[in-house]
Design a protein around this ligand. Structure first.
Ligand code: GLY
Ligand code: MN
Ligand code: MN
Length: 457
């Protein structure tokens, strides 16, 4: 049995999360007392229809409960550390269609909370006189809930506290990400096996999702990107419906989600099993970017510096190929490499694919940092994606060719040979440690290994 399976036999550490969140509040406000209050996501019907919308648990609620049930509530008393989960009671009408709901006893055995009650008791539980304030999240409080019995309400700090605490993962959360990664790696391999004989991107998307579900990972962390040929230059391409004939490469960015925790993996490979010389050159450059950048990771490393390193290696590689010309220092200073690598090197990964706490600055005037989703120091325990890429997107690059400040560094004749490469991205999920890192992604990325699987060798 994989070691993460042993960890996952325990309970999701909800109490530990509640304590950490309360500690964060106390750091901001040493006298913080009172009650943390959270609501699960509601079940909702599709507009003009009597079927449920796809349910996705609210992450703030899950972090403090580990409970996937819709329409539930949660309180945590800071002074006594007592947590209470309120789950839906039996509703005879819905039992006809959906069967019996989870019982209070079952919930108590499954979730790391001190007490479980039913949701018809939430309002009265909150109506008891309370000493301190209630901490809740704006726009995430039901109309029938009143906080009149509390001395005050705070609608800002709880959200911030959970978002900041989520950055550092405990062993259980890492185990969930490991499982999402292990199954997603199987699904990536399945796509490699099929790509040579598939006719359309959609067959590969089906193979990926089918393999995830068959292996116990029912949800996808995000819409798969199954991009052949020049479509690979569209960063979040989701059409996944184009024929593969005549295309060189496939970029597959796809990851399953297990118990609310995500994998986010990208691989780029030749549809025929063998890269063209241009594709191979770009692939090797991106692999080098990923290798060097990952090796720079350890607790306290500055993500902005690592991102700049990715650009430096991209510039070096593109200079060697003759796509860029001039001095590497001048090219970096002019930010011309942003034409080929317009996104950030990576982001935190957890319950959200683009997880919380990264402090991006999308208004940054410096284009090289604008889409960097993590800024500053990376702590031990964070899981971060390292996903360098080089793309040949006409819409992005053509304006650079028209701007003399950038055009002086780009050889458009050489560039002509590279449009068909589309784009190459390689993305792994990395656990940051005190002394370095651990790569949680085992999907194949070695060129020879990928070729063997594609060719069925
Ligand atoms: N799959 C989305 C991303 O890599 O950020
Ligand atoms: Mn990513
Ligand atoms: Mn991705």
């Amino acid at each position: 049995m994989a070691s993460y399976e042993t960890v996952l036999k325990g309970k999701y550490p909800a109490k530990q999360h509640a304590r950490r969140v309360a500690e964060y509040l106390r750091k901001k406000n040493p006298h913080a007392t009172g009650v943390l209050y959270l609501e699960a996501q509601k079940t909702k019907l599709i507009e003009d229809n009597d079927s449920d919308m796809l349910f996705r648990q609210r992450r703030y609620f899950y972090y403090l409960t580990g409970c996937p049930l819709a329409d539930s509530y949660f309180t945590y008393d800071i002074a006594t550390s007592k947590s209470t989960l309120f789950i839906p009671p039996i509703d005879a009408e819905s039992v006809i269609w959906s069967g019996l709901p989870q019982s209070v006893d079952k919930a108590l055995s499954l979730y790391d909370v001190d007490a479980v009650r039913t949701t018809d008791e939430v309002a009265s539980a909150l109506a008891h006189p309370h000493e301190g304030p209630v901490w809740a999240i704006a726009n995430q409080v039901s109309d029938h809930i009143s906080f009149l019995s509390f001395s005050a309400t705070d609608f800002t700090l709880l959200k911030e506290a959970i978002e900041e605490c989520r950055v550092v993962k405990d062993d259980y959360e890492v185990a969930l990400i490991r499982k999402a990664n292990a199954v997603s790696a199987l699904a990536h391999t399945e796509v490699l096996k099929r790509v040579k004989h598939a006719k359309n991107e959609r067959e590969l998307e089906a193979a990926f999702i089918g393999t995830c579900i068959a292996n116990g990972v029912r949800e996808q962390a995000y819409h798969s990107i199954v991009a052949s040929g020049e479509a690979a230059a569209t960063l979040h391409y989701v059409k996944n419906d184009e024929p593969l004939e005549g295309k060189l490469n496939l970029l597959l960015d796809a990851g399953g989600e297990y118990n609310c925790y995500a994998a986010d993996i990208t691989r780029t490979f030749p549809i025929s099993g063998t890269f063209s010389p241009e594709s191979r050159a770009i692939y090797d450059t991106v692999l080098e970017m990923q290798h060097v950048c990952t090796n720079m990771l350890k607790a306290g490393a500055i993500w902005d510096t690592i991102h700049l390193k990715a650009h430096e290696i991209a510039i070096e590689g593109l200079l060697k190929l003759g796509i860029l010309k001039g001095s590497p220092e001048d090219i970096l200073k002019s930010r011309t490499s942003v034409a080929f690598l317009p996104h950030g090197l990576g982001h935190y990964l957890g319950m959200d694919t683009h997880d919380t706490g990264g402090h991006a600055n999308y208004a940054d005037k410096d284009t090289i940092f604008r889409y960097l989703r993590v800024r500053g120091k990376v702590p031990a325990g964070a899981v971060i994606t390292v996903e360098p890429g080089i793309y040949f997107c006409r819409f992005i690059i053509e304006p650079y060719l028209k701007d003399p400040a950038h055009a002086q560094y780009i050889n458009s004749e050489v560039l002509e040979k590279y449009w068909a490469v589309g784009g190459v991205r390689i993305e792994d999920n990395i656990l940051v440690t005190d002394t370095g890192y651990e790569n949680l992604t085992a999907a194949v990325k070695d060129v020879e290994e990928m070729g063997k699987i594609i060719n069925g060798a």
